[in-house]
Write a protein that binds this ligand. Structure first.
Ligand code: UD1
Ligand code: CA
Length: 484
C-alpha cells in the first residue's frame, strides 16, 4: 500500500551544530557527493509531499543558497532565535498557516535515513489513524537521546529528553529518532501548549505526543528495524562513520545489481554514480558526481573519476578524469589525466603519462606515451608519437589543432596551434609543426644533422668519453686492416 501524499515535510536545520567546529553549516557537510540536508531532502522527496519546508537559522545564507541550487522546490522558513524543536515547528506553522493532513517532521542531521523508512512511518500513521506517530529504534547506547516511555499496554505515553530523565528512564534503550508524522491541525493546537519548563529551557517538539495523549488522541510508534540508518551526525567522527555506512550501502546495491567490487573498503562512490552489470571496480577507486560505467567496463586500481562516462568494455587504470567521455573498449592509463571536454571514441587510447583537455580522439586512434593533447580534434586510426605536445597556448589565447584520419605524428613533435594535419599525412620525429600539412605529405621540420669528426678527442682529451672513442676508432682500424 502506498501512503497518500503528506501535506508537508518539515526539515529542522536551524541549529548551530557547535560540535562540527566549522564555518560551514552542519547540514551542508557532505558525504557521498551530497550534503547532509540533501540526503534528508532526497528521502523526504520520496514521500512526494505537497510542500517541502526547511527551517533555517544558523548560517542561514549558506543553507538558503544551497537549497536554491540543489533543491529549488524546498521552501526555507527562517527561525530567528533557536528556541527548540517545538519552537521551530511552531514558527513554520505561524508562517505558512494550518497544514491539513499528515505533516512529517524530521531532523536535518540524519543523512542515512532511507525514504522507505519515512514512508513506512507515514503508512503506520495513516493505517492506525494516529494523531502522531513517532519513529523509534533500540540502540546499544541511548545516551543523549530522548527516551520512549510506554504504558503497561505498550502504547507510547511520552518522550523524555535525556537531560530531564531520571535513572530508570535513562535505562530505556528505545529512543526517539527525531522523525514524526502528525495530524497537521492537532499538531498546531498542541504546540500552543508546549512550555519551556524543562532542563533545556526550550520548547520541545517531543512534548507533543504526551499532550495529544492527554487530550485522548491516539499516539503510535513505528520502530525502525535497523537502528544504523537512524544515526544522527553531530561531529566529524560521526560524519566519517555515516559516510562509511552510506558508502557500504551504495556498494552493496551495485554488487547486488551485478557489479564486482574487489575491495569495498577502499572503494568510494557518490550517490549518483551508475554502473551496469559486469563492471569491475578494482581497489582504491573513487567515483564522484554523475560518473557512469557501462557494461563490462573495468576501472582501477587507483582511479578517481568525476562526472565521467566509461563505455562498455573500456579499461581505466591508475588515472584521474573529470568531465570526460571514455568510449567503448577504449583504454586509459596507467597514469593518465583526462580533463574536461576529453572525448575518446571506441577503441581509442590515452596511455601512460598522457594529459588531455578539450580533446576529441577518433575511433582507434592512439596517444600512447608522455604526451599533452590540449584543444585538439584527432580523426580515426591516427597515432601520436611519444613525447609530443599540442602547443595550444600562445600566452594570451588558446588555439585548436586538427589532425585527420590515419595520420602518423612522429615522436617528440610540437604541433603549434592553430594547425591542421591532413588525412594520411606523416610528420618526422622531432618536428616543430607550425604550418598545415597537406593530406599524404611527410612534414620534416627540424635541423639537419651534422657530425663534427674527432671533436671529443680535441675538446675533451683524457676524459672517459675520449678514451672510449679512441678504443672504438682503434678497433675499427684493426678490423679494416684484418679485413683487407
Ligand atoms: C532531538 C530530540 C531527541 C531525539 C534527538 C534525535 C527534541 C527536544 N529532542 O534532540 O528526543 O532523540 O533529536 O537526534 O526535539 N533545530 C532547529 N531549531 C531549534 C532547535 C533545533 O531547527 O530551535 C534543529 C537542529 O538543527 C537539528 C534538529 O532540530 O537538526 C534537532 O535539534 P538538536 O538540538 O540536535 O536536538 P537533539 O538534542 O539532538
Ligand atoms: Ca541532534
Amino acid at each position: 500500500m502506498s501512503a497518500r501524499r503528506p501535506a508537508a515535510v518539515i526539515v529542522l536545520a536551524a541549529g548551530e551544530g557547535t560540535r562540527m567546529k566549522s564555518r560551514k553549516s552542519k547540514v551542508l557537510h557532505e558525504l557521498c557527493g551530497r550534503s547532509m540536508v540533501g540526503h534528508v531532502l532526497a528521502a523526504a522527496r520520496e514521500l512526494r509531499p505537497e510542500r517541502l519546508i526547511v527551517v533555517v537559522g544558523h548560517r542561514r545564507e549558506q543553507v538558503i543558497e544551497h537549497l536554491a541550487e540543489h533543491a529549488p522546490q524546498a521552501e526555507p522558513v527562517v527561525q530567528e532565535r533557536q528556541g527548540g524543536t517545538g519552537h521551530a515547528v511552531r514558527t513554520v506553522l505561524e508562517r505558512v498557516g494550518t497544514l491539513t493532513g499528515t505533516v512529517v517532521v524530521t531532523n536535518g542531521d540524519h543523512p542515512l535515513l532511507r525514504g522507505e523508512t519515512l514512508a513506512e512511518l507515514v503508512r503506520t500513521h495513516e493505517r492506525e489513524g494516529n494523531a502522531t506517530t513517532v519513529l523509534t529504534t533500540e540502540v546499544p547506547d541511548p545516551t543523549g537521546y530522548g527516551r520512549i516511555l510506554r504504558g503497561p499496554d505498550g502504547a507510547v505515553t511520552a518522550i523524555v529528553e535525556h537531560k530531564d530523565a531520571d535513572e530508570a528512564q535513562r535505562a530505556v534503550r528505545e529512543i526517539n529518532v527525531g522523525m514524526y508524522a502528525f495530524d497537521g491541525a492537532l499538531l498546531e493546537a498542541a504546540l500552543k501548549q508546549v512550555t519551556t519548563d524543562n532542563a533545556g529551557g526550550e520548547e520541545y517538539l517531543t512534548d507533543v505526543p504526551a499532550i495529544l495523549r492527554a487530550q485522548g488522541h491516539r499516539v503510535g510508534a513505528f520502530t525502525a528495524p535497523d537502528w544504523v540508518e537512524t544515526q544522527g551526525v553531530n561531529d566529524r567522527v560521526q560524519l566519517a562513520q555515516a559516510r562509511r555506512l552510506l558508502n557500504a550501502r551504495l556498494l552493496e546495491g551495485h554488487m547486488r545489481a551485478g557489479v564486482t567490487v574487489v575491495d569495498p573498503a577502499s572503494t568510494w562512490v557518490d550517490v549518483d554514480v551508475t554502473a551496469e552489470p559486469d563492471v569491475v571496480i578494482h581497489p582504491n577507486t573513487q567515483l564522484h558526481g554523475r560518473t557512469s560505467l557501462q557494461e563490462g567496463a573495468e576501472v582501477g586500481p587507483n582511479v578517481t573519476l568525476t562526472d565521467t562516462s566509461v563505455g562498455a568494455g573500456a579499461v581505466v587504470t591508475n588515472a584521474v578524469a573529470e568531465g570526460a567521455e571514455i568510449g567503448p573498449e577504449a583504454t586509459v592509463g596507467p597514469y593518465a589525466y583526462l580533463r574536461p571536454g576529453t572525448r575518446l571514441a571506441r577503441k581509442a587510447k590515452a596511455g601512460t603519462y598522457v594529459e588531455m583537455k578539450n580533446a576529441v580522439v577518433g575511433e582507434g586512434s592512439k596517444v600512447p606515451h608522455l604526451t599533452y593533447v590540449g584543444d585538439a580534434d584527432i580523426g580515426e586510426g591516427s597515432n601520436i608519437g611519444a613525447s609530443s605536445v599540442f602547443v595550444n597556448y600562445d600566452g594570451v589565447a588558446k588555439h585548436r589543432s586538427v589532425v585527420g584520419d590515419h595520420v602518423k605524428i612522429g615522436s617528440d613533435n610540437m604541433l603549434v596551434a592553430p594547425v591542421t594535419i591532413g588525412d594520411g599525412a606523416y610528420t618526422a620525429a622531432g618536428s616543430v609543426i607550425v604550418n598545415d600539412v597537406p593530406p599524404g605529405a611527410m612534414a620534416v621540420a627540424r635541423g639537419r644533422q651534422r657530425n663534427i669528426e674527432g671533436w671529443v678527442e680535441r675538446k675533451r682529451p683524457g676524459t672517459p668519453a675520449a678514451q672510449a672513442a679512441r678504443r672504438a676508432t682503434a678497433q675499427a682500424e684493426e678490423e679494416a686492416v684484418s679485413g683487407e
